[in-house]
Ligand binder design. Structure first.
Ligand code: PEP
Length: 251
């Protein structure tokens, strides 16, 4: 059966020293308790090596927030999937709405990034989600469906390694959370789209996370929905106590 997962997305926050301290705090809190979900932190590239050295990979997973769409070579400033994997990280966030919006990532770049992530043994946390206008004009199911379908060139075995994160863009960092019902409806839609392509078994085994102003006070209600398998957490992942409050929503 699919896993419950809480993943943090630190974005462009914390210095290396602050990040290592935060990662240790989360790691130690997890090691001290009994948790009913997998927990992952996705951190800036500069933090991957020192954070990998500061945490226990059996307790806390580690990921990057992006990787290059090319394998290697003359791409100044880029960081490849194989470089990310060589730090000890096991995950990579791909297609976050901020990457789509500010860096022009589209289905073609994301297909290439996903292929490279998988080829290098990384688990993609693949983000999809509609903007406010699409929510309001009723096209949100189609928009998200076409974002998920961008991965449908993958063989079933490869698709089964993907974690999907539904992040309505209007809920990211805005304090506006989707209602648990809105999240459930979209997650069920995503699962049915996956089932239509890959069959029920793969769809049932795909973890679909919710992201967008998730916090300790609303996580339990969101995670109680049958198709919501955890969260991708931005702001609330930057403090160990709020992040742990979300992890504990599964207890
Ligand atoms: C995110 O950007 O992935 C996110 C979910 O952010 P926040 O929790 O801050 O809305």
């Amino acid at each position: 059966m699919r896993k419950n997962i809480v993943a943090g997305n630190w974005k462009m926050n914390t210095t290396v020293q602050e990040g290592v301290a935060l990662a240790k705090e989360v790691n130690d809190a997890l090691a001290a308790g009994k948790n009913n979900c997998d927990v992952v932190i996705c951190v800036p590239f500069t933090h991957l090596v020192p954070v990998a050295g500061a945490i226990d990979s059996k307790v806390l997973g580690l990921g990057a927030e992006n990787c290059a769409q090319y394998d290697k070579g003359a791409y100044t400033g880029e960081v490849s999937a194989s470089m990310v994997a060589s730090t000890g990280a096991g995950y990579v966030i791909l297609g976050h709405s901020e990457r789509r919006q500010y860096y022009g990532e589209n289905n073609d770049t994301l297909k290439a990034k996903t292929r490279l992530a998988l080829d290098n043994g990384l688990t993609p946390i693949f983000c999809v989600g509609e903007v406010l206008e699409e929510r309001e004009n009723g096209s949100y199911n189609d928009v998200v469906q076409s974002q998920v379908e961008a991965l449908f060139d993958l063989a079933a075995e490869d698709f089964s390694k993907i974690i999907v994160a539904y992040e309505p863009v209007w809920a990211i960092g805005t304090g506006k959370t989707a209602t648990a019902e809105q999240a459930q409806d979209m997650h069920a839609h995503i699962r049915s789209v996956i089932a239509g392509k890959y069959g029920n078994e793969i769809a049932d085994n795909t973890s679909i996370l919710y992201g967008g102003s998730c916090k300790p006070s609303n996580a339990r209600e969101l995670f109680a929905k049958p198709d919501v398998d955890g969260g991708l957490i931005g702001g609330a992942a930057l403090k160990a106590d709020s992040f742990m409050g979300i992890v504990e929503a599964f207890n």
